[in-house]
Design a binder for this molecule. Structure first.
Ligand code: FPP
Length: 246
């Protein structure tokens, strides 16, 4: 049971408002079972449900998941096809429940690269949950942080070229305001599964002061209990934001 850990999380106080997760290790999970890689992604969907439920129970306000990177477009076509089908399966299976739980879902990334059917599904999910506020669930697909920052710079340049913005008005707030994540505070906690010590072009700007938590657990084995363990670890950290201890 995870209730004992949830109780500890609540007793410890400050729950991270924004948790970001690099969901890694689906391929290795499948390989360990001599299954094709898409089976790992299929199993990983269950963990998505686990962390959404865990985040709701713990009182996390924003959950941002890295589901598919710009670089992932270079994977074999059958794996890309399987991931896109899973995305649509996830949306049709979870939409009603997410709405009932008051979860607002946003997909962040270059959505223009999605196939028409996947695009329709993500648009439908965003529209139907637009008024939901208990948890903001951001799913990054076709996402790369450098591309996101480049896009933000281009949008600011367009504002300047149109005479709506002066160059000296471009500050950190202005740039952050053009990122996909503009509506939400930066992540407090980044979790990466499967033991790799990399950011993999995920939220490079937004993670400036995040606490990092890497677990060897492969994503399909990740449960809400692991989420609570990560939050408990976070609650033991002292966050100084570049300042000295008081
Ligand atoms: C990384 O594992 C994981 C992915 C590239 C896909 C993540 C997708 C899911 C968890 C399922 C679908 C989720 C939603 C929200 C629809 P990897 O394949 O890089 O694993 P490896 O490093 O072991 O090869």
């Amino acid at each position: 049971m995870s209730d004992d850990l949830l109780e500890q999380v609540r007793l410890n106080g400050a729950v991270p408002a924004h948790v970001a997760i690099i969901m890694d290790g689906n391929g290795r999970w499948a390989r360990n079972r001599t299954l094709p890689r898409p089976f790992g992604h299929q199993a990983g969907m269950k963990s998505v449900r686990e962390v959404v439920e865990g985040a709701l129970a713990a009182g996390v306000e924003v959950l941002t998941l890295f589901a598919f990177s710009n670089e992932n477009w270079q994977r074999p076509p059958d794996e890309i096809g399987a991931l896109m089908s899973l995305l649509q399966e996830y949306i049709s299976r979870e939409l009603a429940e997410l709405k009932a739980q008051d979860v607002g879902v946003r997909f962040l990334g270059d959505l223009d690269r999605l196939a028409a059917s996947a695009r329709r599904a993500v648009d439908q999910m965003m529209q139907e949950t637009a008024g939901c506020t208990r948890l903001a669930l951001n799913i990054c697909i076709s996402y790369g942080s450098r591309a996101e920052i480049t896009r933000a710079a281009r949008r600011l340049a367009e504002e300047v070229a149109a005479g709506r913005l002066a160059p000296d008005e471009i500050d950190e707030e202005a740039l952050a305001g053009q990122l996909y994540t503009a509506p939400w505070p930066d992540p407090d906690l980044l979790i990466r599964t499967s033991g790799e010590l990399r950011l993999s072009n995920f939220l490079l700007w937004q993670l400036a002061y995040a606490e990092l938590y890497v677990t060897p657990v492969l994503w399909p084995d990740f449960t809400r209990r692991h989420l609570y363990e990560a939050i408990l670890d976070f609650q033991r950290r002292e966050r100084r934001f570049g300042r000295v201890s008081v």
